[in-house]
Design a protein around this ligand. Structure first.
Ligand code: NAP
Length: 312
């Protein structure tokens, strides 16, 4: 497992991490098997959120109850959670009260005194940077949160937070897969007429911004595409051309197609983390094989073209 820097914290973290969004209906044995597969593959970083699963904090609770970690084992892993979405709205709330109470409820559900990383889940249009700063200062000084970051934020939204927030923002978790790659491919077609790929989205330059500012990018839904009804692109007929190239590379490197989908992200020099969502222990181990599989430039771009993006 290749480790990458987590922002400017000095910590290194695995470049493949286990997302816990889908564990709510899993048995203790299934959650334990997933956890063991993760640890066996060198993955000691687990991604949560207050809103995952059927009721608030229920996936966090499922994780803690199924694993019943000792204090020593808790110290060996990194727990990341998120706050800021009010699911029953839906709306967003970056107020001091909401952020602090959400983290406190996450700590109770996770049965821990601290989370290693807290992410602001989705931008709040009504954000008051000074209020976020006050919440972060409180959560840091009480030892409840060790590092802070964002998710789904544009460069300018991060700049706005940084006008008041004192702590470094160590991560930005964004949707990215080879079949959903506007953040990466937009720059390839910059300044070309008549192609949607060239249009400057609000997140324009986000990858470059995070690299310049030492913010670790975390790629969520690394296996999901947008064609048809969406869903996993591996083996999906809407992505026949992409799957043909993936299968060829999987054979060449003697790994599963899943590992190639992961390797397309880990090959990027931004040292991104891939946030997997599988609940299948075997798939997690297969995916981990993509951690340090270094695709050649030609292979990486072949995947970009096969996914239907323009490489002019
Ligand atoms: N920040 C955000 O806004 C945000 C949003 C969404 C998600 N996330 C995070 O990102 C994580 C990953 O998201 P995700 O679950 O959408 O990611 P994903 O890894 O792209 O998808 C996982 C899903 O794909 C299925 N799958 C995996 N390999 C497959 C294969 N070869 N064939 C068919 N199905 C396959 C899995 O099924 P099995 O479980 O049966 O293997 C699971 O249902 C979440 O757990 C969460 O932590 C963050």
């Amino acid at each position: 497992m290749r480790n990458v820097p987590l922002g400017p914290t000095g910590l290194t973290v695995p470049n493949v991490v286990a997302g816990m969004m889908r564990i709510d209906d899993k048995t203790d044995a299934e959650v334990r098997a997933l956890y063991d597969a993760a640890r066996g593959a060198g993955i000691d970083f687990f991604d949560h959120a207050d809103i995952y699963a059927r009721s608030l904090h229920s996936a966090e609770k499922r994780f803690a109850e199924a694993l019943d970690l000792s204090a020593a084992e808790r110290g060996e892993i990194r727990l990341q959670t998120k706050a800021g979405i009010v699911r029953e709205g839906p709306y967003f709330d970056f107020s001091y009260e909401h952020l602090v109470s959400s983290v406190e409820a996450s700590l109770r559900a996770l049965q821990t005194d601290y989370v290693d990383v807290l992410l602001l889940h989705r931008p709040d249009a009504l954000v008051e940077p000074a209020e976020v700063a006050r919440a972060f200062d409180h959560l840091e000084s009480t030892g409840k949160v060790r590092a802070f970051g964002v998710s789904n934020h544009t460069p300018r939204q991060i700049d706005l937070l940084r006008t008041a927030v004192r702590q470094p923002l160590v991560a930005n978790q964004v949707q990215l897969s080879i079949a959903h790659a506007p953040l990466v491919t937009q720059g390839l077609a910059a300044n070309m007429e008549s192609t949607p790929q060239s249009s400057v989205l609000d997140g324009g330059g986000l990858v470059e911004y995070c690299r310049i500012n030492g913010i670790t990018l975390q790629a969520w839904s690394p296996l999901q595409g947008t064609r048809g009804n969406g869903g996993v692109f591996l083996g999906h007929p809407e992505y026949a051309e992409l799957n043909a190239v993936i299968d060829e590379l999987a054979e060449k490197y003697d790994v599963t197609p899943l590992a190639i989908a992961v390797a397309w992200i880990t090959r990027h020099p931004a040292d991104m983390q891939v946030v997997l969502g599988t609940t299948t222990a075997g798939r997690l181990a297969d995916a981990a094989a993509g951690s340090d599989l270094r695709l050649t430039r030609a292979e990486w771009y072949a995947l970009v073209r096969a996914a239907g993006y323009i490489v002019p």
